[in-house]
Design a protein around this ligand. Structure first.
Ligand SMILES: *Cc1c(COP(=O)(O)O)cnc(C)c1O
Length: 378
């Protein structure tokens, strides 16, 4: 089977892991955690970072650091991985689902503005959702597939409504928006280092920010809100810390980020140039202001009815190809969340995306095989 996205662990991973064992620093304290945080913060363009156990816990920690909680709404594009919505739930809040734009598959800034204009009223310095009475507490854009959202336009709305922006940047490390790195585009930005992401730490995540207060509060909440060195704590908090073992793998991975990003871009480019001529098929978005991290590669099929057959046929010849995310408004736990507009772009695109093998160590021959099989099945 040619896998969809598997890690390349052929750098310093085993050496660093051996160091964890030799020094007995296998838990949440150790030099790899600090070094991994610094290395990622540098690439992302932030002054600091707080490593966590997953992308989901990074998002939850970020929301908690911003004091998002019960009775709050967080604006979220309906088209995302369910972890974004789950993190909002874990904070005690609910997602307010808004559509994505056709051009980028990321939060539509004009729908965002319209939603706040039409469906909220100003009350005691906050904006309150008219129908439910919940306070709008934050905006969570998602850099879908590693392609940055239109963050200037989203930032304008955030400023007008005085809302913090918590970007779900899970798979977008290395992406650029108008030449700016991912950590500089939002109040807080959260990464995932799950096994299928461009760099992995086995499992893990990170909270990135340029605001010292937020980083300090995230760090505090992440270490059980302990005050001083004794067993005294000033809030109900978390232990979402990344272990030194995970960070050892993560550090070895981020050392090769540039190589991985180049491989992802090359793979995406080759699918595009060798498949674009097929009728009834389009490519993943790539706005001219964006440099995507190309987390996943794939194609978009005009005819939704063809998708499952194509997936099955590719799987049968040993190619792992898959459908992609199902929108939040179609998911059982989020079916009753407030929505704005018809969410048609989210519903439509979800039925037409086919993700294709795009591991950073995918060989030219294997990619050639995938391309030839698709052309044949077409
Ligand atoms: C991978 C991913 C996450 C979740 O990260 P985990 O580390 O699996 O918890 C969240 N949001 C998006 C957009 C992702 O792609």
């Amino acid at each position: 089977m040619i896998p969809l996205a598997v890690p390349d662990l052929s750098g310093n991973e085993s050496r660093y892991l051996q160091q964890c064992i030799d020094t007995t620093f296998v838990s949440s304290v150790g030099r790899f955690v600090d070094d991994f945080e610094s290395a990622v913060a540098q690439v992302a363009g932030t002054t600091g970072a707080v490593a966590t156990s997953s992308g989901t816990t990074a998002l939850h920690l970020a929301l908690a650091a911003l004091r998002v909680g019960r009775g709050d709404l967080v604006v979220l594009p309906s088209y995302t991985f369910i972890a974004s919505a789950n993190a909002i739930s874990m904070a005690g809040a609910r997602p307010w689902l808004i559509d994505i734009s056709q051009e980028t598959w990321t939060l539509d800034p004009s729908a965002l503005r319209a939603a706040l204009e039409q469906d909220t009223i100003s009350q005691d310095g906050s904006y309150v959702h008219r129908q439910t009475g919940e306070r709008v507490a934050a905006i969570m854009p998602v850099h879908t597939l590693g392609h940055p959202a239109d963050m200037d336009a989203i930032g304008d709305v955030a400023r007008d409504y005085q809302l913090p922006v918590v970007a779900d940047s899970a798979a977008a490390l290395g992406a650029l928006y108008k030449q700016r790195p991912i950590g500089q585009l939002a109040t807080v930005s959260c990464l995932s280092f799950n096994g299928n992401k461009t760099i992995t730490s086995g499992g893990g995540g990170m909270v990135l920010s340029n605001e010292r207060g937020i980083l300090e509060r995230a760090e505090h909440l992440n270490t059980t809100a302990r005050v001083g060195s004794a067993y005294l704590h000033d809030e109900a908090a978390f232990n979402y810390r990344m272990t030194n073992v995970q960070a050892a793998v993560g550090l070895a991975q981020v050392e090769r980020l540039e190589i991985f990003l180049a491989a992802k871009a090359r793979i995406s480019q080759r699918y595009s140039s060798e498949l674009f001529d097929l009728p009834g098929l389009t490519l993943f978005p790539n706005a001219d202001w964006a440099q995507s991290a190309h987390w996943f590669s794939g194609i978009v099929i005009d005819e939704p009815a063809k998708l499952s057959g194509l997936v099955a046929a590719l799987n049968k010849v040993g190619i792992q190809a898959r459908e992609f995310w199902i929108p939040m408004h179609s998911q059982t736990p989020y079916r009753d969340c407030p929505i704005f507009g018809d969410l048609n772009v989210s519903s439509d695109i979800a039925q037409r995306i086919l993700t294709l093998p795009c591991s950073t160590n995918l060989t030219d021959d294997d990619q050639g095989f995938v391309i030839s099989q698709i052309r044949e099945l077409w």
